[in-house]
Write a protein that binds this ligand. Sequence first.
Ligand SMILES: Nc1ncnc2c1ncn2[C@@H]1O[C@H](COP(=O)(O)OP(=O)(O)OP(=O)(O)O)[C@@H](O)[C@H]1O
Ligand SMILES: [Mg+2]
Length: 346
Amino acid sequence: MGRFGRSRVSAGLDIGSGFVKIVVIDHSKPEPEIVQIATSPLVPDAIVEGEIMDPVLVADTVRALAEGAGIKKMDVVAAVGGHDVIVKRIPMDRMAEEEASQVIRWEAEQHVPFDMESVQLDFQILDPDGDGPQMSVLLVAAKRELIENRLALLADAGLGPTVIDVDAFALHNAFERNYPEAMQGLVALVNIGHETTNLNLLADGVPVLVRDVPFGSRRLREALQREQGLTAEQAESVIQGKDTSVDVHAFVGDRVDELAVGIERAVAFVVSQTGLSLLGRVYVCGGGARVPGMVDALGSRLGVRAEVANPVQRIAVRPEVLEGLALDEFAPMLMLPVGLALRLPR
Ligand SMILES: Nc1ncnc2c1ncn2[C@@H]1O[C@H](COP(=O)(O)OP(=O)(O)OP(=O)(O)O)[C@@H](O)[C@H]1O
Ligand SMILES: [Mg+2]
């Protein structure tokens, strides 16, 4: 309990197409502490290509999980991402933040292919201490409808006050706290989910490119079903490393190209734009980081060191949380909800 008995706790809610995840962080002590983790698989196809196909079902899943975790009255931070959200680094004449907020809509018109009337904007000055005539701004434009629909879904799930963040920012947030040593040179944070891989390229800790690549464990599962005649359940169990009747390492090695090409293109773009040196290291999280052989295959294909990124590497976890949860195994899937819960309640 913090000031005037108000709880200083935030719940980060990640509605993934494979798993819904909640992480609760207590901010009342000098260092944040994870006090709860809850996850639930989502019914297949409830979310397809980032779109919530069955809002009632998704709201029910979120409600059940939130009730079980006792977070109904907490401040909840959820995220949006995907094609209806654009995150772009743009140059602007140097000015104070206040002044920038007056002209950002006009600037955005030149960079965002959405109708400005239906868009919600946010921005961050990436080099506030710079002194050149130009500054670098990270612009976010999200379709208003997406945010409204998400808020409506969360209200249907019975949740309390809600903040909507952008998934790329939350991933960055959690990564930065856990890997201060990665805030140098050009590095990639690669969150391989069920349907989508979120790619964040960081140059000296500053996000320089954010992009989604259509790659995930679902594709792997479907390819296994097709190529090896497995059922969905069998294929999923191969991907999770539980069924070893198929050489999953070889299979992953063949498939990782689809993702590696997406990363290489993004890196080439950043290198050409910024003149930065080549990619130094790759950090992998999401369920894809748990697929046997994935991290090594990606590293060797890209020719850089790759490692699993653990979002609780440098965050305290209350011991009760570890009862009944194999956190070591599950942790890579929690980068996004940890980043969301790191936001302080207002
Ligand atoms: N050991 C494992 N246990 C559970 N899931 C695993 C395991 N190994 C791999 N996976 C895969 O990870 C997926 C979930 O990963 P994650 O939670 O990162 O995805 P998501 O956030 O739900 O998806 P997206 O962000 O693409 O919508 C599962 O659908 C599963 O296929
Ligand atoms: Mg995800």
